[in-house]
Design a protein around this ligand. Sequence first.
Ligand code: FES
Length: 435
Amino acid sequence: MSLIADKASFLKQQINYEKERTTLPAGYPAFPLVPRQRYMDPAFHDLEQKYLWPRAWLLAGHLDEIPEPGCYKTWDMPGIPVIIMRTRNGEVKAFHNSCRHRGALVARQPYGRSPTLVCGYHGWSYDNDGRLIRIQSPREFAPFDLSCRSLVPVKCERLGKLIYVNFDPSSISLQEYLGPLRDEWKQYELDSLRLVHHYTWDLDCNWKVAMEGNIENYHLWNIHGDVIPPFYVKDEYGNITLYKGGHARDITACEGKVAWMRENASVDDPSDIAGLGEIAREHLESYNIFPNGLLSAGSTYHVNAPLFWPKGYDRCRFEIYHLAVDWGPGERPKIWDQVIKFYDTVFGQDNVFTDTIWGGMKSPAFDGAFLGYPESRIYHWHQSFDEFVGRENLPQDMRVEPAIGPEWIYPQDGETRARLFDRSPLTAPFGDEAP
Ligand code: FES
């Protein structure tokens, strides 16, 4: 049996195990409350601003947004203005969007294309590599080396066509940050998927309220029961894998998905993502990437990447990239209007409900989030947040207890579950191939 097939086989057993179990897995922790302050206290928001956003890898764009040399986009989602540019030779680079003269925004439009960026205040000019190439009236300055006043670079790396930035020059690489996810995602062919649609919603709630609604399936049947397709297995909340660093994967069990899609296919249906593994094809995989992103396989031909950003402690922005197999030249096929409308409905149901959650959290009776097994990804996020920012940097009453032991974190979770399935621990399936 090949490594991939063996891993798929293991995951199928795991899916069946989750269907059949009648209690929590033996030894699984009961989660202590996630403190109320982590959502409601502006001081916690300040701690995130100080210790989280400046150090984490953040998804900032897709290559199709800046397709040609000279194209750029501006971005400031964690509150730090950035320019992401294609250089003359097609590389992607990111810079702080702050003029090296007196700090004005150098680029002010969301998107643009130009061989030079000219600051609107006093006309200092930068090339696509961020180099200061010209200043107005140089005789008014003591002679200085222009190269000492280039735009300040921001660390920038790509996963396929997804562009990530990190404000910490000493951070680990994106590849290391993602760990096993990087190879599991090879099946999604992110280096060729095309940007179908990209848009944002602003919401009145803490950003984690909106994000957490997207990293648990416990609400699935209550909120989305009227729209989810019939191949979802009723009252199944998913098979969760927790990774080091706060990332996690959920495999939502489906029955007859491929057959249903074939029966309901139309001539307009997009091509499937050719590299999808058996599990991703027959079920639905969704990953959350610490701290604020998801990568979800919406179907066999579609990937969406939702993101959640703070706009203060009590407001946030929901952003989503829809990606799919390239349809070639010409306009976007009409089918995508229906697909996007469907996702607008689903995410709209989530987002409308955030008002209800946020409204109730304001009550003095809300003493914290009381989480169950299908909400493991949420607790894992909070526990990982404390590790990431350093528990010593958090007031005692804002910390979460490290309840999830290493035996529940990939790849040890495989050994634990293998024991539950009454078989020898599997080691081979936990290579880095796609399941
Ligand atoms: Fe940019 Fe003066 S602030 S040229």
